[in-house]
Design a protein around this ligand. Structure first.
Ligand code: PAF
Length: 283
């Protein structure tokens, strides 16, 4: 089993990718914050179906965390991540330091409009600026032909698509289906924070969302279906629901019954915030 090349500088990353390009190879990128799980590995698999080489970045990006959030506690497991990337046949792991990505004097921020409005932004106001800034940097550093993002972070996927469209970044964005455990819980690095009892509650999130999505598809009143989902989440044991919202699939504008839709939610279990989303089936 061959190990991925590991580089931590932008210069080495560029040299490696330039070499592949000279050979006429197509390059895919999977941006991650590490603590890799089956969800990430599925992104690598999809990347390698679309390209000859796959670059995976592992960087816990401080600019997308608010001061009150879990930056310090975010799981970091580089050695294990590299073993998993070897199994998944990723070609290169880019593991920059914070200083490499944000050298002293760094003063630029990218703010994407459109799909970033509401949902996550209502609760994490600077999150998407941090994501857009680091993703733009990663794309300019690695110059991939395509990049794969999971639908688990559905709003992020829409924001990255908007970013590439608006800034003419020549990167094809591929959305990948959410990988779930046997109970439907979406894979997330933050699931590692959950104890056994919390895991049981967390597994209700997708069940409740699916039920609400089916009710919406069957013509239930939007507010009633969403209120019912909120109530069910609290009854299941979630302490707080940040939002359950029905949005249009592409633009994330408020959903109308005749349009393709997505039901998105964020809820708290103790100190852990979980997000998930499901398609509203077409009637
Ligand atoms: O989804 C993530 O892990 C992060 O938001 C990303 C896209 C790697 C940017 O830091």
């Amino acid at each position: 089993m061959s190990r991925p090349i590991v580089v931590d500088s932008v210069a080495s990353l560029r040299t490696q990718v330039r070499g592949w390009r000279r050979e006429g190879l197509r390059v895919a990128m999977v941006p991650t914050m590490g603590a890799l799980h089956d969800g990430h590995l599925s992104l690598v698999r999809i990347a390698l179906e679309s390209a000859d080489r796959c670059v995976v970045s592992i960087f816990v990006n401080p600019t997308q965390f608010a001061p009150t959030e879990d930056l310090d506690k975010y799981p970091r497991r580089l050695a294990r991540d590299l073993d998993q990337l070897a199994t998944a046949k990723a070609d290169l792991a880019f593991t920059p330091t914070v200083g490499e990505m944000y050298p002293a004097g760094f003063a630029t921020r990218i703010s994407v409009g459109g799909p970033s409005a509401g949902l996550e932004s209502d609760f994490r106001p600077s999150f998407f600026d941090g994501v857009a800034t680091v993703v733009a940097k990663l794309f300019l550093q690695a110059t991939p032909d395509c990049a794969v993002f999971g639908e688990k972070d559905y709003q992020q996927l829409c924001v990255v698509r908007q970013l590439c469209r608006d800034l003419d970044l020549p990167v094809e964005i591929i959305g990948a289906p959410t990988i779930r455990d046997a109970y439907g819980l979406a894979m997330s690095s933050r699931n590692a924070y959950l104890g056994a009892a919390e895991l049981g509650i967390a597994r209700q999130l997708n069940v409740i969302l699916r039920k609400a999505a089916l009710a919406l598809a069957a013509g239930s009143d939007r507010i009633d279906a969403i209120n019912e989902a909120n109530r069910s989440l609290i009854t299941a044991g979630f302490q707080k629901v940040d939002y359950v919202e029905a949005r249009e699939t592409q633009t994330l504008a408020p959903w109308r019954q005749d349009r393709p839709g997505r039901l998105l939610a964020a809820a708290w279990l103790g100190n852990t915030r979980l997000i998930d989303n499901v398609e509203i089936p077409s009637a």
